[in-house]
Each structure stands twice: as structure tokens, then as C-alpha cells.
Design a protein around this ligand. Structure first.
Ligand SMILES: NC(=O)c1ccc[n+]([C@@H]2O[C@H](COP(=O)([O-])OP(=O)(O)OC[C@H]3O[C@@H](n4cnc5c(N)ncnc54)[C@H](O)[C@@H]3O)[C@@H](O)[C@H]2O)c1
Length: 245
């Protein structure tokens, strides 16, 4: 199996793409650690994986809380010895609020979850990966990190920031045997954008449909696995062709 006995933390792993990633990783043999603010949903997702024969643990985590992040890393290492894969997936959306419609508090709220937490958790996980000379990180960005018009001012800026951060990490730590890549999903049918879906024309997408969470999970599995060993610092669109137009 592609992730046999690898330990993977997935933030926001209780819903949408994070949950699909947790299920896909577990099917490939990984010990999955679901780190989510929503404890009930995280426990339920972990239990569903265990019932299907996989290995999963839920750790209640607010990614904006540094103590929670330290607890997540310590709990994972106590349980499994090391962290092989980190998927920075947790994120929130700003429903297309323009710059003038965005308050400073809203900007900070989006950036704390979508960007600063990724920096904080990455810095907690990197030292162990460097020591072992091995590891994989997958940052869930967005097509909103590549083009305008797929989110508001704060969301678009936060996802551009994650792609820049991914490239910086890849350039700095590729030599240490760590592969760090970003995924840029287009419109994927998940609870995050359930309210907005009716206003998004699928017609603007070359394949004329929205994506599914398990399609993104399949790409995340590849990027987390040894098969992707020459992938470094890429921001891979998975968007039904949206960004080619
Ligand atoms: N759905 C889309 O169309 C789409 C497109 C591009 C990128 N993305 C990105 O994909 C990622 C996952 O999105 P999704 O659509 O699966 O969302 P979702 O809302 O279905 O799931 C997000 C999960 O993150 C958790 N979360 C939120 N804030 C948290 C916090 N502070 N600490 C810990 N967990 C927290 C939620 O509880 C939830 O379980 C996000 O980064 C999002 O920006 C989504």
C-alpha cells in the first residue's frame, strides 16, 4: 500500500476534503490523525475509518491555538513515534467579500486559520522530518491562490500566501528529503461552499461539473506517497480545467 505505516496528520480532517483525505490515506495503510475543531465530527470520522479496518485517531485541535498544535504533535508522537505526512487542509472561506467589505478582524480571522496556523504547525513538524531526512507536506491551497474571482480579498490573498509559503519551504527543505507541495482545488462540492454552490455556474468549468472531495483526496494521496518523490514546490490545480481558460 502506498502509505503503509506512515503517520499522517490531517487538519480539518472531519469534513469535506479533509475527511476524504483521511479515508483515502487510511485505505493506503496510514495511521491517520484527524485534527479538527469539531470534536464530535472528528471522532465520528475516526470511528468510521476504524470500523472499515483502518487506523485513525481524533485529536480536538483549533489550528489557531498554539497549545492545541503542540498537544496535537505530542499526542501523535506519543502514539505513533513520528509524523511522516502533514496535510494542512483546515481552512475557511470569506464568501467573495471584496476588500471594502472586509473588516480588519475578518482579514485576521481568515489569515490566522488559512495561513498563520500552517506556519505554526509546519514549524512544529519540520524538525522531526529533517532529523529523519524524510517527510511529506501537502498544503491545501485553492485556484483562488492562482487567479482572482474565486474568493474574496482575504481568502484570495491567504491562498496566494500558502502557495508562496509552499515554494519557500520546498526551496529550503527539499535538500533534507522533505517534499512539500500544494493542491489548488477548483470548486469542490463540500459543506464549506454549500451555500455558495447555487451561485457558481458549473458552465464556466470546461468539464461542466464541480469536483468531488475524493478526487482531491486521490491527488493528496499521490503527493503524500513515495511515488511523488520528484514533486517539489508544485501548486497543482485540480479544477476541471477552470484555470486553463
Ligand atoms: N470546497 C471548495 O470548493 C474548496 C476549493 C478550494 C480550496 N478549498 C480549501 O480546501 C480546504 C478544505 O475545505 P473543505 O471544502 O473540505 O471545507 P469543510 O468546511 O468541509 O471542512 C473544513 C474543516 O476544517 C475544520 N476547521 C475549521 N476551522 C478550524 C480550526 N480553526 N481548527 C481546526 N479545524 C478547523 C472544520 O471543522 C471542518 O471540519 C480548505 O483549506 C479550503 O479553503 C476548498
Amino acid at each position: 500500500m502506498r502509505l503503509d505505516n506512515k503517520t499522517a496528520i490531517i487538519t480539518g480532517g472531519a469534513s469535506g476534503m479533509g475527511r476524504a483525505e483521511a479515508e483515502a490515506f487510511a485505505k493506503e495503510g496510514a495511521n491517520v490523525v484527524i485534527a479538527d475543531l469539531n470534536q464530535e465530527a472528528a471522532e465520528e470520522a475516526a470511528e468510521a475509518i476504524r470500523s472499515a479496518g483502518g487506523k485513525a485517531l481524533a485529536v480536538k485541535t483549533d489550528v489557531t491555538n498554539e497549545q492545541d498544535l503542540r498537544n496535537l504533535v505530542e499526542t501523535t508522537i506519543a502514539e505513533h513515534g513520528q509524523i511522516d505526512v502533514l496535510v494542512n487542509n483546515a481552512g475557511i472561506f470569506d464568501k467573495y467579500a471584496t476588500s471594502l467589505e472586509t473588516t480588519e478582524n475578518q482579514w485576521d480571522f481568515i489569515f490566522n486559520i488559512n495561513v498563520k496556523s500552517v506556519f505554526n504547525l509546519t514549524n512544529l513538524v519540520l524538525p522531526g522530518m529533517i532529523e529523519r531526512g524524510n517527510g511529506a507536506m501537502v498544503n491545501i491551497a485553492s485556484v483562488a491562490g492562482l487567479v482572482a474571482g474565486k474568493g474574496g480579498a482575504a481568502y484570495t490573498s491567504s491562498k496566494h500566501a500558502i502557495i508562496g509559503y509552499t515554494k519557500h519551504l520546498a526551496a529550503s527543505y527539499g535538500k533534507d528529503g522533505i517534499k512539500i507541495n500544494a493542491i489548488c482545488p477548483g470548486t469542490i462540492s463540500t459543506p464549506l461552499i454549500a451555500d455558495s454552490l447555487k451561485d457558481i455556474p458549473a458552465d464556466a468549468i470546461p468539464v461542466k461539473r464541480f469536483g468531488e472531495a475524493d478526487e482531491v483526496a486521490e491527488l493528496a494521496t499521490f503527493l503524500a506517497s513515495d511515488e511523488a518523490k520528484f514533486m517539489q514546490g508544485a501548486a497543482v490545480p485540480i479544477d476541471g480545467g477552470f484555470t486553463i481558460q
